[in-house]
Design a protein around this ligand. Structure first.
Ligand code: SAH
Length: 215
């Protein structure tokens, strides 16, 4: 079930759906998605579907993980040094990012999910992941701290200004936005100005960005 052939089939499916970034495909090929699921579901790990991780949350579908990652990398142009993720969840998207960028900062509001994810990063030997248990709608507030990229895996109804405020010059934000109807948005800061370009990409379905934290 976790054989190389099963994983290869997933990569083929992502390519069929239009994912072209070879670096992203390679990282997905080599990341054991079954480690991010409870054992009862691990036989479905290499299907292209979102799967439950408890607490009413889901592990994102591989296609959407691949798409969001390739959009983030593509829009950024050069190498991303610091990336913020909102919604650590299982830590799968975090692990993909950690293999492609300098440092990943990831915020999760549900403590038990964060604890499990931390254990997985340790198991995988990922040392460039920094975690916070907080409401990621506020980003990672720290004086003078800006991010080259921000990726949200939970959908707010409107884009929080705290997130766009934390974009570095030419920084890129990839975020699902909306309630029943959501679309994936790409927001780019124009140089070091206050100007932001927004582009609506495809229709998506994410869990909502909720406020506050839970233990
Ligand atoms: N990237 C995750 C997706 C998990 S689903 C994965 O691949 O597994 C989205 C996650 O966002 C959930 O874990 C949910 O608890 C979290 N979330 C929702 N609102 C949040 C908020 N305001 N701050 C931080 N995390 C939030």
């Amino acid at each position: 079930m976790t054989s190389q052939r099963t994983r290869e089939r997933l990569i083929q499916r992502l390519m069929d759906r239009g994912v072209t970034n070879l670096q992203v495909l390679d990282v997905i090929r080599n990341t054991p998605r079954h480690l991010f699921l409870d054992e009862a579901l691990s036989h479905r790990a290499y299907e292209d579907s979102s799967l439950p991780i408890g607490h009413g949350q889901t592990l994102s579908q591989p296609y959407i993980v691949a798409r969001m990652t390739e959009i983030l990398l593509g829009a950024a142009g050069g190498k991303l040094q610091r990336v913020l993720e909102v919604g650590t969840g299982s830590g799968y998207q975090t692990s993909i990012l950690a293999q492609l960028v300098g440092e990943v900062y990831s915020v999760e509001r549900i403590k038990p999910l964060q604890d499990k994810a931390r254990e997985r990063f340790r198991q995988l030997g990922l040392r460039n992941v920094h975690l916070r248990h907080a409401d990621g709608g506020f980003g990672w507030p720290e004086p003078g701290t800006k991010f080259d990229g921000i990726l949200s895996t939970a959908a707010p109804r409107f884009v929080p200004s705290e997130l766009t405020d934390q974009l570095a010059p030419n920084g890129v934000l990839v975020i699902p936005v909306g309630d029943q109807q959501q679309d994936l948005q790409l927001i780019i800061r124009d140089g070091d100005s206050d100007k932001l370009f927004t582009q609506k990409l495809e229709a998506v379905k994410f869990v909502p960005l909720l406020s506050g934290t839970s233990r």
